[in-house]
Design a protein around this ligand. Structure first.
Ligand SMILES: [Zn+2]
Length: 142
């Protein structure tokens, strides 16, 4: 995993030039393209691990099909309806942050709702995380 300044990304600069309205939104986040994290923020270990989970999940796809990961993530179903693929990918990374970095379920659900374009209905996300944490805590005697 490599971390670079966001202005080093030709793709992000291109997107920002075409859609200036997205500039502030993009700059609020660390964005992983391939195995490079582009960010203007101080990089935190949980961010690196979060992005590594996406990289690892994408690596399980056949190489010739990995472009499809990005299509599904960013355009399906174009945040008009709930975005199941984005929800599935992000829940894996955010579950890790809840388990090992103490993030709260409500804050993660808020993030997924507001910052990831309504990935999945909020009560369903909450229930999914609560179920996963209940199983995790039981398995670990917590
Ligand atoms: Zn993510």
């Amino acid at each position: 995993m490599i971390v670079k300044s966001q202005n080093k990304s030709k793709l992000l600069n291109f997107i920002k030039s075409i859609f200036p309205c997205l500039k502030k939104w993009i700059e609020r986040f660390s964005i992983c393209i391939g195995e490079i994290i582009y960010t203007n923020l101080p990089i935190a270990m949980n961010t690196v691990e979060h992005e590594q989970i996406h990289v690892d999940r994408r690596a399980k796809w056949p190489k010739w099909l990995r472009w499809m990961w990005y299509v599904l993530y960013f355009t399906f179903p174009v945040p008009i309806l709930f975005a199941y693929f984005r929800w599935v990918e992000e829940r894996a990374a955010y579950l890790y942050e809840i388990k090992y970095y103490g993030r709260s379920i409500p804050s993660v659900v808020d993030t997924l709702w507001h910052n990831y374009c309504w990935t999945w209905p909020r009560p369903w996300m909450t229930r999914w995380f609560e179920k996963q944490m209940k199983e995790f805590n039981e398995a670990n005697g917590i």
